[in-house]
Structure formats: C-alpha cells, structure tokens
Design a binder for this molecule. Structure first.
Ligand code: FAD
Length: 414
C-alpha cells in the first residue's frame, strides 16, 4: 500500500471526460471521498462509450443518449462538477493550478490526466484535408459522416486494424462498396496472429469487402476540394466517394509534456498510476505503465476502467498497485471476437474448434498461456480469462481436443 491519502476536503480535478475520467470520479465517490471533484472535458457530450461508434451507432441501431455512461443527474446527485466543452490548456505545477479555455484557473490537490488519444491523421500532402476524409473517434466524427453512408457509395477504408475492419463491416452491411487497404502484409498484423488475420480476411471477403494487403495509400486526389480517387502504392487507382482512416492513434500527452512530466509512449506512470509528479496521476489511453519488463499503453475500455479505479484507490490511500488484466472485444458482421490477455511474444498457437461455428486461437510462449482470441465462443473467453488472470496454463493437447470439457481446464495445470 502507498499512503498517499488526501485530506477529506481535497479538491480532485480530472482532465478528460471519457471512460477513464468518468470512472475515476465514480470510484472516488464510491470509496467515500467527500471533497470536491471536478471533471473537465473538451467535448460537448457527457462521458460516453466509444466502442459503439464503429459498431451499432455507426449502423444507426442506437441513439446518442444510449451511449452516455450515465445520465446528467448522476453527476449532480454525486456532487461531481462536470464541465463540458472546456479545454484544459496548461498545468501550473508549482501553484497546483490548471488553466482553462474559458480563462479560469482552478486549483487542485490531486490532478488526474485522462486525456485519451486522437487518431493519426493523413497529412495534407497526401490529400488529408480533402472533403470526404473521415475518422472514427468521437461522436462528432460519426455525426458528421453518417450522411455519407448511402447504398452504392464507394468507400475506401485505410488501415486494417480493429477500427478499420469494424467500419468496413458496417459499411458493407449498409450496402456500400467497400475497399480496405492495409500497408503491412496482413490485416491485424500489429495485434493478432496470422490465424486470426486469416479468419477475418475470409469473413470480410465473404461479405463482399475487397481487402488489399501489403499495399499502402500513395495519395488521395480530389476535384474542387472533394475527394475523387485514391492512388495506391502499387500504382492502382480506386474511385472513392469518401475515405475512413483508421491508422492508429496518438496519446494526448501535450499537457503533461508542457508541464515537464515524464512521457514515454504516453504519460509515464508508476505501478500506483502516479506520474513523475506524485500530485498528478494518469489513466486510460493516454497513460503508459509498467508491464512485466516493459512499459506499455493499452487502448481498451477494460484498461480505462481498471486503471481509473486504481487511480481512485491511490488517491484514497488504498492502492496495492495496478495489475493490468487485458481484455478486448470487436464486433464484425455476425462475429464477436473476445480477447483475453496480450499475445505479444508468443511462439506457438493452438486452435480449438468450438460449438456453433465458434473457434479460438490460444497463444503460448513455451508452456505459458499468454492470450486467447475467441470468435463466437464466449465460454472459451470466460475460461481463458480466468486461466490467464490466475497464471494457469493448460496443456496444449488438452486445449486442442474438442472433447475436453472447458471447465476441466481450470484445474489442469502444466
Ligand atoms: P477517451 O475516451 O479518448 O477520453 C478522453 C477525453 O479527454 C476525450 O473526450 C478528449 O476529447 C478529452 N480531452 C483530451 N484532452 C483534453 C484537454 N486538454 N481538456 C479537456 N478534455 C480533454 N475498446 C474496447 O475495449 N473494445 C472495443 O470494441 C473498442 N472499440 C472502439 C471503437 C472506437 C471507434 C474507438 C474510438 C475506441 C474503441 N475502443 C474499444 C477503445 C476504447 O474506447 C478506449 O480505449 C477508451 O475509450 C479510452 O478511454 P479514455 O477515457 O482513456 O480516453
């Protein structure tokens, strides 16, 4: 435990009203912090879920209000002062104050940076400023692009990561003609095995998405400022009505950098989520934290919630250290992918066929189970998550045998 507990009257200020910022505030109240809490966000909406932006919300299956993590009265009832449409522009560490875009200064005893990440943008010299170049990060992004999703339109998706693949799936479902290009040799190369890439390649091809791997974008060309065609690195030309760019994100570290905090692939925090200034903590997509022998950043709802709650525990003097338990999901067409653990560094894969067309890929390093990708197999996911969190590694042959009862794996150690 660290004894960092703040006074009961201490003002906690949280910058960034996303999943992590929301979770810090909710957890602080749950743990009984009675002092003032201010949550400041530069978007105009109360904290909302981002995952549906590239899934149900993009499909038009859900409303904006249903994305909100809580209704506005949640904040009022708990005395959380929610300031929206307000940008935090600077931190004055010596005065323990922040400067806001409305000209106000606000003091803090503890400051939490939950500033998230923003999409990498296509540079103007590649046509990035043409009308019709879209990104999928904020509600405002989706609201401003939804009118483009008309049957028969030609959309080019740049980037074969989860966001690009989900946007491609929604576009195909809505009747658009979809081409997706990925510059590396295969989709999902950064995050998944060739087996998982093959699975999703076949899924998309089966729904009419044209996937082009190993070919990057050379330039987008337009007419009167509106996008018309994409020239690819192999010299081919694709006609396009609009483009969805999903080529990764940058963590929002500028506030921290200007304040002289340590930044290393994100705002660097210790195991108690404290930055190099112990009065300032960080959580979520913006924060990089110690993991095994490295420092990593995770872009997932699970991490945003768990790390934010760890921040709240540190502030309350209850921290026993943040242990990341990575999990993630993605929805594409009729497939739900659920991932437990982190696969980086694996040296072998075990395939397990599941019931009703489910399948899972189990990533091992030697005898150690690192991660599992489960496609339409929620039971495998549940068991794998428990195994990985408990540090248990079932024997590969048992896993691969469809006849092995899943629950029995929980007791079967290497
Ligand atoms: P964010 O949600 O980015 O929130 C940060 C907030 O801080 C933003 O509102 C930002 O505008 C604001 N901000 C930044 N700087 C300032 C400032 N100076 N002043 C005031 N406000 C500021 N994860 C999954 O686990 N599963 C999924 O299926 C999944 N799908 C996703 C689909 C999409 C389209 C996207 C974009 C993300 C998805 N994710 C998914 C990732 C997940 O949503 C993020 O990891 C999570 O939202 C991170 O939360 P956060 O609070 O750290 O950051």
């Amino acid at each position: 435990m660290v004894d960092d507990r703040v006074e009961e009257t201490a003002r906690i200020v949280v910058v960034g009203a996303g999943q992590a910022g929301f979770s810090v505030c909710a957890k602080l109240r749950e743990l009984g912090h009675p002092g003032p809490i201010t949550l400041i966000g530069n978007e105009s909406h109360p904290p909302y879920q981002r995952p549906p932006l590239s899934k149900g919300y993009l499909l038009g299956e859900t409303t904006e209000e249903r994305l909100y993590l809580r209704p506005l009265n949640f904040y009022e009832e708990r005395g959380i002062d929610l300031k929206l449409s307000t940008d935090v522009q600077r931190i004055d560490r010596s005065a323990h104050e922040i400067m806001l875009s409305d000209g106000l200064r606000l003091g803090y005893e503890r400051l939490v940076l939950a500033t998230g990440a923003r999409p990498r943008r296509l540079p103007a010299q590649m046509g990035g400023d043409l009308d019709g170049v879209c990104y999928v990060r904020n509600l405002a992004d989706i609201n401003s692009m939804s009118h483009r999703f008309r049957n028969g339109q030609q959309v080019l998706v740049v980037g074969g990561g989860y966001i690009g693949l989900e946007a491609a799936a929604v576009s195909a479902k809505l009747g658009l003609n979809v081409t997706l290009i990925e510059a590396t040799p295969r989709i999902l190369q950064r995050v998944a095995s060739p087996e998982t890439s093959n699975y999703f390649r076949a899924l998309h091809a089966g729904h009419g998405v044209k996937l082009i791997e190993g070919v990057g974008l050379k330039i987008l060309r337009g007419d009167n400022g509106r996008i018309k065609v994409a020239e690819l690195a192999d010299g081919s030309v694709v006609p396009v009505d609009f483009v969805i760019v999903g080529i990764g994100v940058h963590p929002n570290v500028e506030l921290a950098e200007q304040a002289g905090l340590e930044v290393d692939n994100g705002i660097a925090v210790d195991v108690h989520c404290r930055t190099s200034d112990p009065a300032i903590l960080a959580a979520g997509d913006c924060a990089s934290f110690p993991w095994r022998a490295e420092r990593i950043r995770l872009e997932s709802v699970g991490n945003a919630i768990d790390q934010a709650e760890a921040v709240a525990r540190t502030i309350m003097g209850l921290s026993s250290g943040y242990q990341a338990k990575p999990w993630f999901w993605s929805d594409q067409f009729d497939v739900k992918l659920q991932i437990a653990g982190l696969s980086s560094g694996y040296d072998s894969i075990v395939t397990r066929a599941g019931a009703s067309n489910g399948i899972s890929f189990w990533y091992y390093l030697g005898d150690q189970l690192l991660a599992v990708d489960a496609m339409n197999d929620p039971r495998v996911y549940m068991v794998a998550k428990r195994l990985i969190e408990a540090g248990q590694s079932p024997v590969a042959d048992l896993v691969a045998n469809f006849a092995t009862d899943l629950k029995s794996l929980l007791g079967a150690k290497n």
